[in-house]
Every structure is written in structure tokens, then in C-alpha cells.
Design a protein around this ligand. Structure first.
Ligand SMILES: NC(=O)c1ccc[n+]([C@@H]2O[C@H](COP(=O)([O-])OP(=O)(O)OC[C@H]3O[C@@H](n4cnc5c(N)ncnc54)[C@H](O)[C@@H]3O)[C@@H](O)[C@H]2O)c1
Length: 357
């Protein structure tokens, strides 16, 4: 299955039969660098190298796994290693991994020697349905998620669901959070389908991955630089980033998990504003709580979460914006959040956590 995603070729299907071989042959005399993290080194690299002998001589750059490593220090080490290996501007980087590798590897490629070509081969569900798509690269600074980054397009994206066979269950659920988000903001029939799934195998079926790619494609193409409609994709992320940043220096929670908590909070505010019906809100909360554990959110945390939300790069001026949900499949951007609403929604999450533990 081939798609044009805002001018970038995206292929969904087995790597061996993809166009990757042809693309690599256009970089015949160039150095190739494969960026992996510890887990994709062990679980994914061999499959890639066996499929494409042209990559046997590639330099392998090994990143430490985990969000806490999406930092400038790691970027600096990769830049230094690229210099050491004499990687030139016409060479090629292949990012083989989850969102950490595609975000950080994309950032490295976008900035090294003012930008060299790169290809994404996402290996986590999160990266397949979200992180590798849309040309955003980035790293975290201190506790601020994606504080620094660029909009830079890869040459191509190759999505092979075979990689998901080794992905741990919690990481399947992380990607699932973004798929549920796509459904809730844009596509009610997709929401109905996702909430009725029975097991992981159904969840990672190619038709679901494809539907999420199509929905993200439609939104990104209508607003590549996030000046309007693309902000729909931020549903769950206003609270999600605040919570993720709060937990980063304590007991980190995954991005998808934080987005799921954020979706509960933002659906709650939407319901309190009478934009979303009680029944729809209850159903969304019920579906999300059944999948994602509720971490304790003590009341002392509220102020810090709020400060992180104020620091979010998605804000314009002093206001904190969020996506208002009107019904499954329908949402509105640029709704302004008051501090009172934030406090109420965090209290609601905190009570949900207390009741579920
Ligand atoms: N750029 C964007 O538009 C965008 C969108 C969404 C998320 N993100 C970013 O993506 C990141 C989260 O992505 P993620 O959940 O993929 O995180 P991740 O890259 O840390 O991967 C999660 C875990 O799965 C492991 N893994 C990945 N593929 C594997 C495989 N096939 N087999 C075994 N283990 C495997 C990784 O090593 C890691 O331990 C966050 O940093 C988030 O900010 C970016």
C-alpha cells in the first residue's frame, strides 16, 4: 500500500517488497548510518540488514532507550560520532525505531551539516501511526517535552507491521492511544470499530494502522505548519504534556499513556462545558480507563502540572488552548482553558485514580 503523505512517499507492508531497495540504490556511493536504540538494535536491526545487503556496511549509531534520553546531550554525541565517521552532506541516515529514534534521529539529520537526507523506518505502533508522520522532529529540554525541534521531511517512510511482533504490550497500548485520538476527533465509525476490538492482533491489523495514517494525512495536508486545523491532533496533549512533564523526573509515564489521561481530562472539560453529552463522555472515560492505568495524581502536583501546561509550545500568548470534543468524531480547536477548569479536571483525574486503586 503506497500513499503520498504531504509529498512524502509512505509505504505500508513488508520491507522486502517495498521501494526501499530502489531508494537505497540512489545512494549507492554514499555512506549510510542506521540510528537505533538498544531495543530496536536487538529486535529490528537484523531483519533490516538481512532484507537489504546494501546496508551491511552501514554505520550503526546506538542510542540509549527511553524518553529520558531524548536530549541535547545524546544529540551532541550523535553529531560527534557522525563527524568522526566523516559523514557528509550527501550521505543518508535511516532511523529505525520508535518515536524516540524518529524524533531525535530526524532532529540530528535536520541539523547536521545543515541537513542531510533521512528515511524513517518506524518500529513502534506510536511511530507508525503518529511520530514518524508529519515531519516534526524534536528533543526535550529539562522537563519540557519537544521544546526544541524542526519541521523537516524525511525522503520516505516505510511502515512494516512485522516489527510490532516484538513490541511490548504497553507500547502497543501507547500507540493505541493515538489511534483512539484520531478516531475521537475525526471519525466516529473508526471509534466504534476501535472500542469494540478484542485483542492486540485485531488492534495492529493493517487496516487500523492505515486508517490512522489516512486521518493524520488528511489533517496534516490541510495545515502542514500547524496554524489551524492540525491543532486537532493536539486533543489530549494539553493535559497530556503537562502530566508527562510532571512525571518525567519522578516515575515517568509513556507519551501514549499521558495522552490517554489527557483525553479523559479534555473530554471532561468538554462535558462540563456542555459541548459533549454526558453519555458520550462516560463512554470515552470508560473505554480509556479500561485500557490505561490511572497513576496517583496528588493535589500537590496540580500547580506543577499547570505550570508545565503554561510552558507548552502549543500556547499562543498567555492563554492555554485545548481541543474541545463535541462528539466522537467531531472536535473544535482553539478553545481556551481557564485555571479553574484545569484544577477541576486534575481533581477529577485524581479522584478517578483514587477510586481505581
Ligand atoms: N514527531 C511527532 O509528531 C510525534 C508524535 C507522537 C509522538 N512523538 C514522540 O514519540 C515518542 C514516543 O514514541 P514511542 O512510544 O515509540 O517511544 P520509544 O521510541 O521510546 O519506543 C517505546 C519502547 O519500545 C521499544 N521498541 C520500539 N520498537 C520496538 C520493536 N519493534 N520491538 C521491541 N521494542 C521496540 C523502544 O526501544 C522503547 O523501549 C515521544 O518522544 C513523543 O514525544 C512524536
Amino acid at each position: 500500500m503506497k500513499l503520498d503523505f504531504d509529498g512524502i512517499p509512505v509505504e505500508l507492508g513488508p520491507l522486502e517488497t517495498s521501494n526501499l531497495g530502489n531508494l537505497l540504490s540512489t545512494y549507492l556511493d554514499c555512506n549510510k548510518v542506521i540510528i537505533v536504540d538498544e531495543n530496536t538494535h536487538d529486535a529490528c536491526l537484523e531483519y533490516l540488514l538481512l532484507s537489504f545487503p546494501a546496508l551491511q556496511n552501514a554505520e550503526i549509531m546506538l542510542l540509549p532507550a527511553g524518553e529520558e534520553n531524548k536530549t541535547m546531550e545524546v544529540v551532541f554525541q550523535v553529531w560527534s560520532a557522525l563527524l568522526e565517521y566523516r559523514i557528509q552532506r550527501n550521505d543518508l541516515i535511516l532511523n529505525l525505531g520508535g518515536g524516540l529514534v524518529t524524533d531525535l534521529g530526524g532532529f540530528v539529520a535536520a541539523t547536521y551539516k545543515r541537513g542531510i537526507d533521512f528515511i524513517h523506518i518506524p518500529t513502534s505502533l506510536m511511530a507508525m501511526v503518529d511520530a514518524a508522520l508529519g515531519s516534526k522532529t524534536g528533543i526535550d529540554v529539562n522537563d519540557v517535552k519537544n521544546a526544541v525541534g524542526t519541521f523537516t521531511a524525511p525522503k520516505a517512510i516505510f511502515i512494516d507491521p512485522t516489527f510490532l511482533e516484538t513490541l511490548p504490550a504497553e507500547d502497543i497500548f501507547n500507540g493505541f492511544a493515538e489511534m483512539l485520538k484520531h478516531a475521537l476527533i475525526l471519525d466516529e465509525p473508526y471509534w466504534m470499530r476501535l472500542k469494540a476490538l478484542n485483542n492486540d492482533a485485531e488492534l495492529i491489523a493493517s487496516e487500523n494502522i492505515l486508517r490512522s495514517i489516512q486521518l493524520k494525512k488528511e489533517v496534516v495536508e490541510s495545515d502542514p505548519h500547524e496554524s489551524g486545523r492540525r491543532k486537532l491532533l493536539n486533543f489530549g496533549h494539553t493535559f497530556g504534556h503537562g502530566l508527562e512533564s510532571y512525571f518525567l523526573s519522578r516515575k515517568p509515564i509513556d507519551h501514549g499513556h499521558a495522552v490517554a489521561l489527557g483525553m479523559i481530562a479534555e473530554a471532561y472539560v468538554s462535558f462540563k462545558r456542555k459541548a459533549l453529552s454526558f453519555e458520550a463522555y462516560q463512554e470515552i472515560e470508560h473505554v480509556l480507563i479500561a485500557i490505561f492505568p490511572m497513576p496517583p495524581i496528588p493535589e500537590e502536583a496540580f500547580e506543577e502540572v499547570m505550570n508545565h501546561m503554561k510552558n507548552d509550545k502549543k500556547n499562543a500568548g498567555n492563554s492555554i488552548n485545548f481541543v474541545l470534543l463535541k462528539a466522537p468524531g467531531s472536535a473544535e480547536i482553539n478553545a481556551e482553558l481557564s485555571e479553574k477548569e484545569i484544577g477541576e479536571a486534575l481533581l477529577h483525574l485524581s479522584l478517578l485514580a483514587r477510586n481505581s486503586n
